[in-house]
Design a protein around this ligand. Structure first.
Ligand code: BMA
Length: 945
């Protein structure tokens, strides 16, 4: 990551015509001080100021570190009209890494970590290979030193202040410059700025002495003598490290129920030196506010300065958004120390502001904004960025016919059903998470019709680019703070560290329109309410007090001060307003009448929708499956390729997870059998994916169809975020995208079950219903076609199209109802076992839903299901490949797998009821017909018996 701001030495004269403003001081910049005295009463036309050559653009643009370095050097060296006011350079690049006893020494990159450096030097194998997570635990237990010699490329003596800035240190380290300790770090989510004015020389040595995160966490826990802070250790099946709650580090890096233990050490983000006179712009944020009474948009801008000048000084700021014909000029005054400059930009009322919409609801229009600070003494700072306009409301209001409160989001005044999933870190080693990978995963979310991802609290606050892509794609982000499934200490040092983290992360992220909510933690309210850790009742009040201290008195207070444009909930799941009323820890945080719910049930039959909670919003639910063979093959060897191998057990971090998957599958499917163990293994992987896809489909469809109704006081479900979108490594998990991005069957199903227009079929007491679910903004007249197919025939036995029905905008409503006995009677010789129903909605040629289906019996009881012979003819059509399928019989869960060839199909895992069907393959890298033919494995359910 590169700095986006640059204090340049050029002196620019300000154009006349400015409107003088009253003084702005640091005090006036605090929240709540938005006083009309500070803002102009008119918007005079202003010439857009010339851009400083080579200025680094805002969040939209990625910047090249070497270019910046060059610019900074030029800025420092150039005589210019005045003397240089700032300079800086990055220390990213090659560093020396050394284990504590010196037995291992190597060069490694920054940003990076020890594991990645060892791998790049060939000193270890792929840490994800087989059992290497255990073999390489020594890496995390050692205390490593990172060091680097460097020459300061400018005359630092001429500048007042020199800072060493770490965007991210992982995690516990003492920082020395020329053998003097200049600072300490203990929080990987914090940005650290150390004043090195006195220590910097022409020739320097920088060193970071790391302490193993595992031993630090153990030490901290040991030092906490008053009472225990559980959980002490993860479950043994996770093979992880203990006391992760005592260290401000990615919580899942000590292992999780889907991930390995790799407690990394390293400098995981950019590190640089910045030197300046007068002042430095530390942070720059902006948030849109709609004033409905005046029907106008404002933009709240905040600029956070570090002022080193000993005297107050003035300057002017010009802000312009040319496409909105908005230009404003402000006089400002900066005072020594930390100085916040708030600006309120009134968007020209004579222009039309196009709002930012979530995916599926409209465009993601953004506007270029230029902000130029011209300060006394020739100091000139320019900021180019993209701004978006949208409003967010979290509606917690009474619902007629139901006790409790609603819990849903309105974006730009429109209630929106949240469709999506939960995001976890894309790799244990963040240096491997490239922009291409982020884009691939996020695009896959959009391709599956998702509009929301929850950045889950056991991972990391994602990199800037993640949020930039979400802004661009219209993915709403439910942003947790990084606390999960644990209790946490609240001693002063811990709280101070968290406070700094929260302020930093809010300022870094709040300008992104994609973020719609801040949430204090993952499952810590429910952990207390349900007493997960068997806390003695005598100590309970202490834990509640700690909870309130952390998530309410500190994190919430900071959120309220830093960002009034988004809702805050203390936990997920929570009862929201009700939890607050009950003192923040509700007796029943998973109450379906309030807030959000997490729901997991692996034992009950997942085809029975009656087991699912008819909640207001379900932010986690899911089932495990195995990734495909081609993904596992890369990290295993032939001896591992059976379901009960020690490798299969090793990769499964959820207790009895492998058994649970087969037990769930056995409700409705025969388990695979084959004399060839490898085929048997592959078929088992396939069946776990079939089971997962079908379970999550049933559950999600239940939530979507519960959107508009109240049944026995429950309903108005306005969100379904399944657990989990992506994988951290190659292992069984709840993910729909495998490590690397390959789509599991669930992800193809998500494309359908999250479709904007969806007919949902289900049975209640032997009556078959179809609901029409619509996320569209208009009502449509549509015809519903219901077909019944025999398993043993490619011709439907009956097909019935209804009159035009109204499918209401943003609603879920019953469209069709028929007792199953009558439906079967109507359709010749059908029985529950011999037939299956398919149905879809159409409105002429231009609008149709996906074809959905309903099984009338378990497929293990299906009568007439044959082993279909399915062939594929592959042809290239420009950049895509067409797979023309031909089948000899009806086939459920048809699965096309091209192994390791990166790409995705237009559809997969489908019920094939016609003799011919064409599927498109979208490659992510160039491939060929021959390569696809060679890799293709095509199976359907009957093939695995
Ligand atoms: C949820 C998550 C994770 C976990 C998942 C599956 O509760 O918050 O902690 O991975 O369940 O067990």
């Amino acid at each position: 990551m590169c700095p986006r701001l640059l204090c340049a030495a050029q002196k620019k004269t300000l154009k006349s015509g400015s409107v003088a403003l009253a003084q702005l001081t640091s005090g006036a910049g605090r929240e709540g001080s938005w006083d009309s005295r500070w803002f102009p009463t008119a918007q005079p036309p202003l010439q857009p100021a010339a851009r400083v050559p080579g200025m680094v653009p805002g969040p939209q643009a990625s910047c090249q570190c070497f270019l910046l370095l060059l610019l900074l050097l030029l800025a420092a060296a150039s005589p210019g009209p005045g003397r240089p006011r700032s300079a800086g350079f990055s220390l990213a690049g090659s560093w020396l890494l050394r284990s504590q006893d010196g037995s291992v020494a190597l060069e490694g990159p920054v940003p990076g970590c020890v594991h990645s450096a060892l791998l790049q030097r060939g000193l270890i194998q792929d840490p994800y290979y087989r059992f290497n997570d255990l073999n390489y635990s020594w890496i995390s237990l050692d205390n490593w030193t990172y060091s680097k010699e460097f020459r300061t490329p400018f005359d630092f003596r001429k500048l007042q202040k020199v800072n060493l800035i770490f965007e991210g240190v992982d995690t516990v380290a003492e920082v020395l410059l020329n053998n003097v300790t200049v600072g300490k770090t203990d929080n990987m989510f914090n940005r650290y700025t150390f004043d090195i004015t006195k220590e910097i020389r022409e020739l320097n040595v920088i060193k970071l002495h790391f302490q193993s995160a595992v031993s630090y966490a153990a030490q901290q826990s040991e030092a906490h003598t008053g009472y225990r802070i559980p959980p002490e250790c993860p479950e043994p099946v996770q093979k992880g490290a203990c006391h992760v709650n005592f260290i401000r580090k990615e919580q899942c890096s000590f292992s999780w129920d889907w991930g390995p233990s790799f407690p990394t050490q390293g400098i995981w983000k950019d590190v640089r030196i910045e030197a300046y006179d007068i002042c430095h712009l530390d942070d720059f944020t902006f948030t849109p506010v709609y004033v409905s009474s005046a029907r106008e948009w404002n933009l709240k801008i905040e600029a956070y300065f570090d002022v080193v000048s000993s005297e107050p000084f003035g300057g002017q700021v010009t802000v312009s958004i040319p496409a909105l014909q908005t230009h404003q000029l402000y006089d400002i005054e900066l005072h020594p120390g930390k100085s916040v400059i708030p600006l309120l930009l009134n968007i020209n009322k004579n222009t039309t502001v196009e709002t930012w919409w979530p995916n599926g609801h409209g465009n993601q229009t953004g506007y270029n904004m230029t902000v130029i600070f011209k300060l006394e003494g020739g100091y000139h700072i320019e900021k180019l960025t993209k701004v978006y306009f949208r409003t967010i409301e979290l509606i917690e209001a009474p619902i007629s016919g139901s006790s409790g409160l609603s819990f849903y989001f309105k974006i730009n005044g429109l209630p929106i059903f949240l469709k999506g999933s939960n995001w976890i870190p894309a790799d244990s080693f963040q240096d491997r998470v490239t922009s291409d990978l982020l884009r691939l995963l996020l695009q896959s979310a959009v391709d599956a019709n998702m509009n929301t991802l929850r950045v889950w609290g056991g991972g990391i606050y994602e990199q800037d680019e993640f949020y930039e892509i979400c802004d661009e794609l219209g993915i709403m982000i439910w942003q947790d703070f990084m606390f999960a499934c644990a209790l946490y200490p609240t001693d002063q040092a811990f709280i101070d560290s968290v406070r700094a983290e929260v302020v930093h992360q809010i300022r870094r992220l709040k300008s992104h329109p994609s973020i719609i909510i801040w949430s204090g933690n993952n499952e810590n309210e429910v952990a207390l309410a349900d007493n997960w850790f068997s806390l003695p009742s005598s100590k309970f009040q202490i834990y509640i007090r700690d909870y309130v201290t952390l998530y309410v008195k500190n994190i919430r207070e900071i959120v309220l001060a830093e960002d009034q444009t988004r809702p805050y909930i203390a936990s997920s799941p929570t009862n929201g307003a009700e939890s607050r009323a009950e003192g923040w820890v509700s007796r029943k945080p998973h109450d379906t009448h309030f807030g959000d719910v997490h729901f997991y049930d692996y034992q009950s039959d997942c085809w029975n929708w009656k087991v699912f909670p008819k909640a207001r919003l379900v932010s986690e639910y899911g089932y495990q499956s195995w990734p495909s063979f081609s993904t596992l093959e890369k990290v295993s060897s032939a001896e591992d390729w059976y379901y009960n191998s020690s490798f299969s057990l090793h990769r499964q971090h959820h207790r009895i997870g492998n058994t649970e998957m087969l037990d769930q599958a056995a409700h409705h499917f025969k388990l695979p059998w084959n004399s060839d163990p490898l085929v048997m293994f592959k078929d088992t992987l396939y069946l776990t994916q079939v089971m997962q896809a079908q379970c999550v489909k049933t559950e999600t469809e239940f939530y979507r169809r519960s959107q508009s109704e109240i049944v026995y006081g429950e309903g108005h479900t306005m969100g379904a975020l399944y657990w989990q979108l992506n994988d951290i490594w190659q292992a069984p998990s709840w993910a729909s995208l495998e490590y690397g991005g390959k789509w599991k069957m669930l992800h193809y199903f998500a494309q359908h079950f999250f479709s904007p227009l969806l007919p949902v079929g289900f049975e209640d007491d032997d009556v078959f219903f179809i609901y029409g679910v619509s996320d569209l903004h208009l009502d449509y007249k549509m015809a519903l076609t219901v077909r019944v197919h025999r398993w043993n025939s490619l011709e439907p036995v009956c097909s019935h199209q209804t009159e035009y029905l109204v499918v209401k905008a943003g609603q879920a409503a019953p469209l069709y109802k028929e007792p199953v006995v009558e439906l079967l009677k109507r359709c010749g010789q059908c029985t529950r076992q011999s037939c299956v129903i398919s149905f879809d909605l159409t409105a002429g040629d231009e609008l149709s839903s996906p074809t959905n289906y309903h099984f009338l019996s378990s497929l293990k009881d299906a009568v007439g299901l044959e082993k279909a012979q399915i062939t594929a003819k592959i042809t290239q059509q420009e950049n895509v490949y067409s797979f023309e399928l031909r089948t000899t019989a009806v086939a459920p869960f048809v699965w096309l797998d091209v192994g390791s060839i990166p790409g995705r199909f237009s559809d997969n895992g489908f019920l094939l009821t016609e003799e011919r069907k064409t599927i498109i393959f979208y490659p992510w890298k160039s491939t060929s017909v021959t390569a696809l033919e060679k890799s293709l494995r095509l199976i359907s359910l009957a093939d695995i018996y």
